[in-house]
Design a protein around this ligand. Structure first.
Ligand SMILES: [Zn+2]
Length: 89
């Protein structure tokens, strides 16, 4: 018996064993493993946040400084609070 024939038979045996294993593994996964109809987690909702809901959320903390005169909070970049009754020049 030639060595090449032995190698060929060995390869065929490995191939058959692998095919059988993969087939049984597929059956096992189909019946025992995770079923394809498993309740998958809901996809992350890409729905944009509703404007009113966004407004209901606490505002993003940005640098705010209270007006020195009237106490109204305004962004640090603002020079005036904008209130008509603010005596700040
Ligand atoms: Zn003010």
């Amino acid at each position: 018996m030639g060595l090449l024939l032995k190698l060929a038979l060995f390869g065929v045996a490995i191939y058959a064993a692998w095919k059988t294993f993969s087939r049984w593994k597929g059956l096992f996964d189909r019946f025992v493993g995770t079923p394809p109809e498993a309740p998958r987690p809901p996809p992350p909702a890409p729905s944009p946040r509703a404007p009113e809901q966004a407004n209901a959320r606490p505002p993003v903390i940005e640098e705010t400084v209270p007006c020195r005169i009237c106490g109204a909070y305004l962004s640090s970049g603002a020079t005036q609070c904008g209130r008509p009754d603010c005596p700040l020049p």
